[in-house]
Design a protein around this ligand. Structure first.
Ligand SMILES: *Cc1c(COP(=O)(O)O)cnc(C)c1O
Length: 438
């Protein structure tokens, strides 16, 4: 609690990890989402030039990052191999929100078109781009509240299919995001003052409208299962790269966490595939560790970062969430190995090092996973985890996945600011620590 309140970075291990119990989510939901994203590939390739020729679910590359690993003081022969799962490069949405957001909008479009007889169950989903379908969708409004990337994913996909799309944002959300949405025909409603209350207003409005549909970041199963489908995609890429995952070849995955939907869905999906052989850790801003406070305080009631005296102020806008998803947190209580926190300085140092060593440009939120392998190998809690799990001698066989979650749509001048700050911090830190970097 002391480290939490003073925003001192820490690795917290989940004491309930591995406990069994009934879950509200199921593996069937993932298979369903994977199938939906697969059968809509042709449709997406028709709708977006960036996806021309797409013949499977929207996905991102798996990249070996040995230069970054060595720059962070890790040796593959001793610690296992580091990879990046590059969702920063997911097309159209530019972030990890692509799979979940696309899945939710596509599921809605299929449902409406099937109900109206515009689409037959076995028909090619390209039918959803025909005039009859667009005319149907144009009667409906898809609404979402988001300070950024979820709005980009939902808004752009909904507008492309012909829905009226409304994204509620705070006035201080990034200007380029608002412009990008408006350029694609999305209505942006800006709220000064209490943003959470404004989103509630948007929700109430959408729910009162028989032609309204509200995408609920905190409760949506369709988002969750769309995110979870990434697990299968990663599994294929790992086996194509010749990486085994089993009792002697552990898999470690480091996921930036906001409300918990995206990293929680992926964790759930990976647990279905790999059971105890995958070890998932979340990364949260030290000012917004909402999943950590929820899991650590027990699950009887909702606990926010404000309740423990934190302010939720961070440059990592994708992770600046005060309260964890009540859909996802009970699942993570059983499945998540632990959570570590990072300061804004950490995030900027890491994104700068990633750019310098691997030429990958990230937004601050997306860099949070980079610190994971070092927390595991070099902190007391990390070593305790490896010992408790009996993994110490298997580490040379390990695969570490740093999930990079956003950045490719960020304008060049924003990247330049992130990098300048990271370079400056890195210089200070090297000077202070005499060459030792966390
Ligand atoms: C939204 C987001 C996350 C986290 O996803 P949640 O579902 O909010 O936990 C991580 N990184 C980026 C860049 C994001 O936009």
């Amino acid at each position: 609690m002391k480290a939490l309140r003073s925003k001192t970075p820490q690795l917290w291990l989940n004491p309930a990890f591995g406990e069994a119990g009934d879950l509200s989510v199921s593996a069937d939901g993932i298979a369903d989402a994977y199938a939906r994203l697969t059968r809509c590939a042709g449709l997406l390739s028709d709708l977006f030039a960036e996806l021309a020729g797409l013949d499977g679910p929207v996905d991102s590359p798996l990249l070996e990052v040995t230069h970054l690993q060595r720059a962070q003081g890790s040796d593959p022969a001793r610690d296992g191999q580091w990879f990046v799962k590059g969702d920063h490069a997911l097309p159209v949405a530019g972030s990890i929100k692509a799979r979940g957001g696309f899945h939710e909008v596509l599921a809605l479009a299929e449902k409406l078109a099937l109900e109206q007889g515009i689409l037959q169950p076995d028909e090619d989903r390209r039918a959803l781009a025909r005039p009859a379908a667009r005319a149907l969708f144009s009667r409906y409004t898809v609404t979402v509240g988001s300070t950024g990337n979820l709005g980009l994913s939902i808004g752009v996909m909904a507008a492309a299919l012909g829905f009226r799309a409304v994204v509620h944002m705070s006035t201080d959300a990034k200007a380029w995001k608002k412009t990008r949405l408006r350029d694609r025909g999305v209505e942006v409603v800006e709220h000064a003052g209490d943003y959470a209350a404004a989103v509630e207003g948007g929700r109430a409005q959408a729910l009162a409208d028989p032609y309204g549909y509200f995408v609920d970041d905190e409760h949506s199963e369709r988002l969750f299962y769309g995110y979870a489908a990434a697990a299968q995609m990663l599994a294929r890429q790992l086996s194509a790269a010749g990486r085994q995952v089993d009792a002697r070849h552990p898999l470690f995955v480091y996921l930036p966490c906001g409300v918990g939907g995206a990293p929680g869905g992926i964790t759930f999906g990976l647990k279905v595939l790999y059971g105890p052989h995958v070890h998932c850790f979340f990364a949260e801003p030290a000012a917004s560790p909402c999943m950590l406070v929820q899991l650590a305080s027990g699950m009887e009631k909702a606990v926010s970062v404000y309740d423990v005296g934190l302010d939720n102020q961070t440059q990592a806008d994708g992770l600046a969430v005060g309260l964890a998803s009540p859909l996802v947190s009970p699942v993570m209580l059983q499945q998540l190995s632990g959570i570590y926190t990072a300061t804004d300085e950490d995030l900027h140092c890491w994104l700068h090092r990633m750019a310098r060593t691997e030429s990958i440009a990230l937004e601050p939120s997306a860099a949070a996973g980079i610190g994971g392998p070092r927390w595991l190998a070099h902190s007391e809690a990390g070593r305790a985890y490896l010992e408790a799990q009996g993994l110490v001698s298997d580490m040379p066989n390990a695969s570490h996945i740093i999930w990079t979650t956003g950045g490719s749509l960020v304008p060049e001048r924003e990247h330049a600011k992130f990098q300048a700050l990271g370079a400056e911090l890195e210089r200070c830190r090297l000077r202070e620590a005499g060459g030792m970097v966390r």
